[in-house]
Design a protein around this ligand. Structure first.
Ligand SMILES: Nc1ncnc2c1ncn2[C@@H]1O[C@H](COP(=O)(O)OP(=O)(O)O)[C@@H](O)[C@H]1O
Ligand SMILES: [Mg+2]
Length: 210
């Protein structure tokens, strides 16, 4: 089974993805946590370029760098784990490209879809948890971490609003794959809602048939 977490900055993706991995491990499942960008050695370098606020990256270059990261990540990490019948929990995946470079930057959506599908060899998540939160609230959480903001976190509020609306549109278009969770609640409350979505799938006989 392949689960991705999506959502804006500070929505709680990393917090919740890691909690889910702990829960699944404790329940006896073999599971890996991985993230985009950066789930491979090459990806770690690309992550640095993509997040460095000193990088001047054009929207198209940004799209292609994320796609390069994803291609490496799918081939080296995600496909081998799925073949080994591990549960893959991925902190951001293809939908981020549509939300950020498409709805956020205004690149053509069809082109992004085609590049994405090609980069990931058609491997899509079984379930995508969209952690939805107003950008003001998500960014406030990040600010209170007192770490320097990365290149995307520094974008204007209207960019983050377009990203949020884009994610919600994707979720409405693909309701079988997406679950939208209100992320503006306490960590344990959000976790509980995520588990309520995942538990029925763990019991389903379709899981693990890669
Ligand atoms: N539900 C929540 N309520 C309050 N703070 C949260 C919540 N979830 C995460 N945080 C905090 O917000 C910050 C960003 O969380 P993180 O999981 O890194 O978000 P993301 O990966 O989506 O950017 C962290 O300091 C984290 O501890
Ligand atoms: Mg994160």
């Amino acid at each position: 089974m392949f689960i991705s977490f999506e959502g804006g900055e500070g929505a709680g993706k990393t917090t919740q993805a890691k909690k889910l991995v702990c829960y699944l491990k404790a329940s006896g499942y073999r599971v890996i946590y991985t993230r985009e960008p950066g789930g491979t050695a090459l990806g770690g370098k690309l992550r640095h370029v993509l997040q460095d606020s000193a990088s001047a990256v054009t929207p198209l270059a940004e799209l292609l760098l994320y796609a390069a990261d994803r291609a490496q990540h799918v081939e080296q990490v995600i496909i081998p784990a799925l073949r080994a019948e591990e549960i893959v929990v991925c902190d951001r995946y293809c939908d981020a490209g549509v939300a950020y470079q498409g709805y956020g930057r205004g690149l053509e959506l069809d082109m992004i879809e085609r590049i994405n599908r090609w980069a990931v060899q058609g491997i899509l998540p079984d379930l995508t948890i969209l952690l939805d939160i107003a950008p003001e609230a998500g960014l406030a959480r990040i600010m209170s971490d007192k770490k320097p903001l990365d290149r995307l976190e520094r974008e204007q509020l209207d960019f983050h609003q377009r990203v949020r609306a884009g994610y919600l549109k994707l979720a409405a278009q693909q309701p079988r794959r997406f679950r939208v969770i209100d992320a503006n609640r306490d960590v344990p409350v959000v976790s509980e809602h995520i588990l309520n979505e995942i538990k029925p799938l763990l019991l389903s006989p379709a899981v693990g048939t890669y």
